[in-house]
Design a protein around this ligand. Structure first.
Ligand code: ATP
Length: 562
């Protein structure tokens, strides 16, 4: 398919904010995709591979500017100047290329397949001359395109497509294209997405226009899945009412959620962001190979840090750095040891277990895991109908440095990717939200050169709405903890636009923020502001789709008034 055709679809999607219109445009496009062209689905969402694929293009705005400059023979400074004026590098590329085309009248046809081919080479490049090789792959594309195509190629390269498409839009478009928008089909498509995380695969199944095919989608050990999430309760009484009694109550461990896969004697570890962290946790791989019976399986777990000397558990912040660190792993393993707590099982010896009742799944775990304290355990659990017993268990969990408890309905199935009412979390009242950094401001004086305050946002139907500005909790020097310098380095490649000292940042970095109070405020786009917000940690493990929503903030605001 011509890249121009895809670019026109992007443009149509960007030009309407109405969700139903977007679904219709997408659905019309999906029907037109021919056999063998299906990889275009990835480009449609601004990606080049399925969600779970680790390979990244590794292109930032600076590299795109360099490519444009070389391709068009325009000074880099001029492009940056235009960028500052217009605010969107995509539009700058469009304008510059349109101008050039008027002079040269050069025409050639670029296909989406060629775009994908070049972009997919980018992650493979390493070592000497990488930058130049990347540049020539991008320049080759820029050399043969129109303004509109350049706009969307640029946006794809910097990871900011701006067409307002979410996973749910694609789901509804697939349902409309192949099942007349049937509600049951939408649900089944979503379930399949949660299990496979590969839109092209799902597209191929939907194309058969047979709902049964969607039912047959099974988990595949080795391929990451979206985890099941919990709703919140404030009291045990409320929890009992929600999940029914007797119910299972477990420690809510304060660690990192890791889904463990085993297949062909190999172990794979994934975060809830679908990132493969197998290399970062070699000891977990050993424990699984040595202490869990079974040919192949998928387990859900929380990996928790502990102090080697005192044998007490440590909070999440202490081990969060293990998720990202790719070097000195053995050193970190000694400094920040972890224990795996298995709390669910989704697949065992070639069988998908997500429709099995929780009481049976939890029994199976206890059969196959050999528990070795401070290496691997089954999550600590009681099954009870007794409020006092439950309260005692809750107190004990807190005394053991855990976050609280989880209450689970014994008859419930496992719903990948959903926040369900049959698994609940209860922890002491704590005023914190997980928000995404969307902006910032360069500091002055000794903080000049660093971004020293950060605009944080919550989510609202695919949009990000600001709820405040945070500067406290971040350290001056790296030795003292997470510093302005480190955060600035992390953020620089994500800058979309600069305006004086202000920067606009592509939503990607999720942070935990505590606050004292929520106030109504016209200053921020959410209509709320956090009083005394404070940075606690970066949530490397948490995907954007799971940050605090506007609804939750509204609810906390109401509760606070009461
Ligand atoms: P929070 O910030 O409260 O941890 P969250 O948004 O990170 O919430 P939730 O799904 O809302 O995640 O809360 C449940 C989390 O608790 C799970 O994601 C998991 O990481 C963790 N957890 C700890 N112990 C258990 C357990 N026994 N069963 C299920 N989840 C557990």
């Amino acid at each position: 398919m011509r890249y121009k055709e895809l670019s026109e679809v992007y443009e149509r999607l960007a030009s309407t904010s109405k969700r139903l219109e977007k679904i219709k445009i997408l659905s019309d496009f999906l029907i037109k995709i021919k056999d063998g062209e299906e990889d275009i689905i990835y480009l449609l969402t601004g990606e080049i591979f399925p969600d779970y694929e680790e390979k990244k293009m590794g292109i930032n705005s600076q590299l795109v500017i360099k490519s444009l400059s070389k391709s068009l023979g325009v000074d880099k400074e001029k492009i940056v100047e235009e960028w500052k004026k217009i605010g969107d590098l995509g539009e700058v590329a469009e304008k510059l290329i349109q101008k050039k085309k008027q002079i040269t009248l050069q025409f050639s046809v670029l296909t989406s397949e060629k775009v994908l081919k070049n972009l997919r080479k980018l992650p493979e490049l390493e070592g000497e001359g990488t930058i130049n090789k990347k540049l020539s792959l991008i320049i080759e594309l820029f050399n043969s395109i129109s303004g509109l195509e350049a706009k969307y190629l640029t946006r794809t390269l910097i990871g900011d497509l701006r067409i307002g498409i979410q996973e749910s839009t694609i789901r509804e478009a697939l349902s409309l294209a192949f099942f007349n928008g049937n509600k049951e089909a939408s649900e089944k498509i979503q379930n399949s997405i949660n299990k496979l995380n590969d839109l092209k695969e799902i597209f191929l199944i939907c194309k058969q226009k047979d709902l049964k095919r969607l039912d047959e989608v099974k988990l595949i050990p080795g391929k990451p899945i979206k985890v099941m999430l919990a709703q919140k309760v404030k009291t045990i009484e409320e929890g009992f009412k929600e999940v029914g009694i007797p119910c299972a109550i477990e420690y809510k461990y304060d660690g990192i959620r890791i889904v463990i896969h085993k297949k062909n004697n190999k172990v794979f570890l994934f975060t809830r962001r679908l990132e493969n962290v197998t290399k970062q946790f070699p000891e977990v791989v050993e424990y699984i190979l040595n202490y869990v019976k079974g040919e192949n399986f998928i387990l859900d777990s929380e990996v928790v840090g502990f102090d080697e000397k005192t044998k007490t558990y440590k909070p999440f912040q202490n081990i969060s750095q293990r998720v990202k660190r790719k070097y000195e792993i053995e050193k970190l393993r000694k400094e920040l040891p972890v224990e795996v707590n298995i709390f669910d099982i989704l697949f065992y010896n070639d069988k998908d277990l997500i429709n099995m009742k929780f009481e049976e799944r939890t029994k199976l775990i206890r059969k196959i895991v050999q528990e070795i304290p401070f290496k691997i355990r089954c999550s600590k659990q009681i099954i009870t109908s007794n409020i006092n017993e439950a309260k005692k268990f809750y107190e004990e969990a807190l005394k053991n440095n855990q976050e609280g408890i989880m209450l689970k309905n014994l008859k419930a199935i496992y719903n990948p990717g959903s926040r369900v009412g049959h698994m609940l979390k209860m922890k002491p009242e704590q005023r914190d939200f997980d928000l995404v950094i969307t902006g910032g401001e360069y500091g002055t004086g000794k903080r000049s050169g660093w971004i020293s305050s950060f605009i944080v946002s919550c989510s609202d139907e695919g949009e990000y709405l600001e709820v405040g500005k945070v500067g406290t909790g971040i350290k001056e020097k790296s030795e003292e903890g997470f510093s302005f310098e480190e955060l600035t380095e992390k953020i620089k490649p994500l800058i979309i636009k600069e305006e004086g000292k202000k920067v606009f940042i592509k939503p990607e970095i999720v942070v935990s923020i505590t606050y004292q109070e929520i106030q109504k405020s016209p200053t921020y786009s959410s209509g709320f502001a956090l009083r005394f917000p404070r940075f606690v940690s970066i949530r490397e493990d948490k995907p954007l789709s799971e940050i605090t929503g506007l609804e939750e903030i509204e609810e906390e605001f109401k509760n606070q008034k009461n």
